[in-house]
Design a protein around this ligand. Sequence first.
Ligand code: SF4
Length: 324
Amino acid sequence: MQSNTKIGITTTVPVEIILASGAIPVDINNIFITDVDPGNLVDKAEKAGFPQNTCSWIKGLYQTIISQNIEKVLSPVWGDCSNSFALSEILSECGIEVIEFQYPFDRNIKRLKESFKELYDRFDVSEKDVLKKHDDLQKVRKELKTIDDLTIKGNISGKDNHIYLVSSSDFEGNPDLFLKKIKNRPNIIKKESDDNHRIGIIGVPPIFTNFFDVLEELGFSVVYNEIPAEFSMIKSLDKGFYEKYLEYSYPYGMRFRLHTIKKEIKRRRLKGIIHYTQCFCYRQIEDILLRKNIDIPILTIEGDRPCEIDSRSRMRLENFWELL
Ligand code: SF4
């Protein structure tokens, strides 16, 4: 792989492989949602033929890849999103090189290694280079763990926690600069702790542009962002490279994710959960499993297009605050 080639990623992938090759990982989700007008990107994707009843993240990903002239994309076709396969086919049709791999649904380490080793060939790297890169990233992940611990104590807001952890999918393209940036974070806050409103956000990243601002305004303390915490791989820093990607729960279904969620409810002393679901996403069905297995109050909030939170959802959040 040519040095400095941009590799678009659509979710958490073994980023160590991209970095070991000298290429630059670019998380397309983050570019899409921080665009000045993400709604316009969704509109454009619909004009290009994407159906209205398709998840807006998928449409945003497609249009961002096209608009940013990304030429190569690394995408899991199993273990991420049921729409990824069709998106990969469309991107290939547009002349974009799509490098596919799979997370094995049975979490079999042999199959995970085989899948990753195929990528070593595609990226022209050795296993030794990749393991070295994994070791180099430990210092960044340690700092992210510190950030997450400070969030539990109430010293870093749920919004900042979300931004820092979600950025760890690609380390903003440069782990060293990213580490400097997060070490120089300006946002240590001291606030009255409100134990009754300690909540966790479960599910795919919310598409609402002011989601965390509204939660803070209403008086919730977000002390757990499930999926961003998974992206950052900070649960067991001492685990090896392959083991980290087996422990990372997102690709392996809700029944596996529930083990972590239950542990974190206790550890973070959560009083409630907001389950964010995305319109037209197959993961909405997982709400059934969450409700069957979790015994603290759950509010399910659905978003569709990237925009501010609607008044009905806001009212439901207000009621949930009262309930807690
Ligand atoms: S929200 Fe669901 S459908 Fe949309 S990209 Fe994510 S996993 Fe796929």
